[in-house]
Design a protein around this ligand. Structure first.
Ligand SMILES: NC(=O)c1ccc[n+]([C@@H]2O[C@H](COP(=O)([O-])OP(=O)(O)OC[C@H]3O[C@@H](n4cnc5c(N)ncnc54)[C@H](OP(=O)(O)O)[C@@H]3O)[C@@H](O)[C@H]2O)c1
Length: 283
């Protein structure tokens, strides 16, 4: 049995679907079933259920809002994660913790290895990294999987925002000097399920293949959705946001291939399939 937190989010939703597809017994839960910040509740719930693995997808993910809500963000991403890790330890379960490219300093133009220079520039990034430290401190049987620029059918994301704005506006300014890789939750879910049934513990990076800027990503979205909206590339300095984002979010996938896991398809291919799925659901 595998327990998945954050089932109402983008990633948790697709992980449960993938486990069901594989006929692996699983249970997806969200805040209503279990608030991860309640240590006793987490301990009781997990010790009673006795999952072999917990795939921890729940998190505080409002990156800009986190700058004003450090306390609640820390409670969820650091102590909520610690609660799950301690409960896993008690029943000797594996844990998969999902982390982010925002833990890195964002410098340079080469992909970060898993042991690259950690220096989060935002509250969200800092709390996600502290969550990593809790997992490492408590457990031996853990996977830490850093992902970036996430999109899935179940939730809001950059693509859905671009599709909405693309219908309303003739042109849009989009940042062109932050480079990374989009991650389609439908493509990420299988690798997490492969990890859950393996013992290849450690730190990983998993995203779709290929790199782009947000402006290139937006241009491709408009093209593939046949929207007549021109994307004007602008530097990040002209698009102030509350939280600082890394300029370089490229992640090396060496740990994936070294351990015999399968790389995700290219982000352009993922975008095609995501749009097909979205439009199919709209028909
Ligand atoms: N989105 C990205 O671009 C991105 C990038 C890199 C890494 N990640 C990481 O990837 C993972 C999955 O992200 P996602 O985009 O799927 O997130 P998401 O769609 O925002 O879903 C997160 C889920 O966590 C739940 N949650 C929040 N606080 C909780 C609590 N106290 N107790 C129980 N559940 C709680 C939320 O429930 P409510 O709706 O009730 O709040 C929500 O359903 C997260 O660890 C995130 O940090 C995301």
């Amino acid at each position: 049995m595998i327990l998945i937190t954050g089932v109402n989010g983008q990633l948790g939703f697709d992980v449960v679907k993938e486990l069901n597809r594989r006929n692996i017994e699983c249970l997806g839960i969200d805040r209503a079933e279990l608030d991860i910040t309640d240590g006793n509740a987490v301990r009781n719930y997990i010790s009673e259920l006795k999952p072999e693995c917990v795939i921890h997808c729940a998190a505080y993910t409002a990156v800009d809002k986190a700058e004003d809500e450090e306390e609640i963000c820390t409670k969820v991403n650091v102590y909520g994660t610690e609660n799950i890790a301690r409960a896993c330890k008690e029943i000797d379960a594996k844990m998969i913790y999902i982390s982010t490219d925002y833990v890195f300093d964002g410098k340079g133009d080469t992909p970060f290895e898993v042991d690259g220079n950690i220096e989060p520039h935002s509250v969200y990034g800092k709390t996600k990294y502290e969550g990593e430290l809790k997992v490492k401190e408590v457990l031996n049987k853990y996977f830490i999987v850093r992902i970036s620029w996430v999109f899935g059918v179940n939730g809001n994301n950059f693509i859905k925002t671009m599709l909405r704005l693309g219908k309303e506006k003739e042109s849009l300014n989009v940042v062109c000097d932050q480079i990374g890789s989009p991650t389609y939750t439908f493509d990420l879910a299988p690798i997490l399920c492969d990890m859950a049934v393996s013992e290849k513990y450690g730190v990983y990076h998993a995203t779709n293949e290929g790199f782009c800027s947000w402006a290139e990503f937006a241009t491709e979205i408009m093209k593939k959705a046949n929207l007549d909206c021109k994307i004007n590339p602008i530097p990040a300095i002209e698009y102030p946001a509350q939280a600082e984002r890394p300029f370089n979010s490229r992640l090396s996938k060496k740990s994936i291939t070294d351990n015999g896991f399968v790389l995700l398809p290219s982000w352009k291919n993922a975008l095609d399939r995501f749009l097909e799925e979205l439009f199919r659901n709209c028909r």
